[in-house]
Write a protein that binds this ligand. Structure first.
Ligand SMILES: NC(=O)c1ccc[n+]([C@@H]2O[C@H](COP(=O)([O-])OP(=O)(O)OC[C@H]3O[C@@H](n4cnc5c(N)ncnc54)[C@H](OP(=O)(O)O)[C@@H]3O)[C@@H](O)[C@H]2O)c1
Length: 329
């Protein structure tokens, strides 16, 4: 068996919402072995394992990392636990794919990076969109068309979450708020196409629990470009990005299978792409296994320095907006 076709034993740490979506797609990969689940509650771990066909179920995260057969851990707990859970897995030399937001702030991300280096163990943020066909196609269009300089980015991510103080999204202790959950996608769009902003302004709105419920952000760049970004839990679903160049505009909905629109000379062209059958969580999992096959300790596509840049911008936005996570900041 060559290195690329080696089978890897995956474990899920935190059997919640996103872990279900991820496992549905992980199950389709021939070199991913659905090996173990870990939950704070053995019944939950066992039900999850039964649902997706994992071999083992553990009633604590600690027991799972002590299993020498686990190769890769997918961390799917709320953001406030990402530091603790990443350090736990790296200590036991498990390769880690950790959900976004990578942590609560850049101080925590720096600790995670240090631990990855000290343990010489693979670590990557599960920022799945960077591996999705739609995003790759947008990059391809930019490279192949003569669009000139990018002057303006607009990116939104909104949905109506129906206010619920019990929900993680409204719980400040769990890193709640639209910014780290979905605003991070809008910011990522600006980061990937315009880079790190020189100026950050924001206007937040807070829910009765004190969590940020919606936010509008304005980024400025020394070259004259700007970005207008939003995220919100209290509006109708919207997930669009617009990249306005000197000679054309690219418009796309982030997750839908709708074609990408290219507008040049006031003419709109629809550009389709091969989306594949799933939402696209499998691409990040394939990439992690490819990296391990090459004995890499971080991804060349989504390096830890990129995750740190993203978190630095989130920190800057939070500072400007007055969004505080009491046990972390
Ligand atoms: N990539 C994406 O598209 C995407 C989409 C949604 C969410 N996410 C990210 O994934 C992470 C988890 O989100 P989610 O919506 O899946 O969250 P969730 O369902 O509310 O919680 C995930 C799991 O975390 C574990 N957990 C450990 N301690 C907890 C505590 N004190 N309170 C609540 N849960 C605790 C629980 O698992 P056990 O009970 O099994 O221990 C829980 O089921 C977040 O960082 C989020 O940003 C990513």
């Amino acid at each position: 068996m060559n290195k690329m076709s080696k089978k890897y034993n995956w474990a899920i740490l935190g059997c919640g919402n996103i872990a279900k979506k991820f496992s549905t797609e992980l199950k389709m990969l021939p070199n991913a072995n659905l090996y173990a689940t870990a939950s704070r509650n053995i019944e939950n771990a066992q039900n999850f394992a039964n649902q997706f066909g994992f071999e083992k179920a553990y009633g604590s995260y600690q027991e799972m990392v002590e299993d020498p057969n686990v190769d890769i851990v997918y961390i799917a707990t709320p953001h406030n636990f990402h530091l603790e859970h990443t350090l736990l897995c790296l200590k036991y030399k498990k390769a880690v794919l950790c959900e976004k937001a990578f942590a609560i702030n850049s101080k925590e991300v720096e600790q995670m990076i240090t631990s990855s280096k000290e343990n010489n163990t693979f670590l990557m943020e599960a920022f799945w969109v960077i591996f999705r066909p739609k995003y790759l196609k947008v990059q391809e269009i930019i490279a192949s068309e003569n669009l000139g300089k990018l002057k303006f980015v607009k990116s939104d991510f909104m949905f109506n979450g129906e206010y619920n103080p019990q929900n993680r999204l409204y719980n400040v202790d769990l890193g709640g708020g639209s910014l780290l959950d979905i605003g991070i996608y809008s910011i990522f769009t600006a980061l990937m196409f315009l880079g790190v902003p020189d100026q950050v302004k924001s206007i937040p709105h807070f829910s009765p629990t004190g969590s940020e419920e919606s936010i509008s952000m304005l980024f400025g760049y020394k070259n004259g470009a700007t970005a207008v970004l939003t995220s919100s839990f209290d509006s109708e679903y919207k997930n669009e990005s617009e990249l306005c160049f000197e000679n054309g505009i690219i418009k796309y909905d982030r997750f839908s299978k709708d074609p990408i629109l290219l507008i040049t000379n006031k003419k709109t062209t629809e550009i389709s792409f091969e989306n594949g059958p799933n939402l696209g969580y499998q691409f990040e999992a394939i990439h992690v296994m490819e990296c391990l096959g090459k004995n890499l300790k971080e991804s060349p596509i989504l390096p830890l320095s990129l995750s740190l840049k993203l978190m630095n911008i989130l920190d800057d936005v939070r500072k400007d907006a007055g969004i505080i996570f009491p046990n972390h900041d």
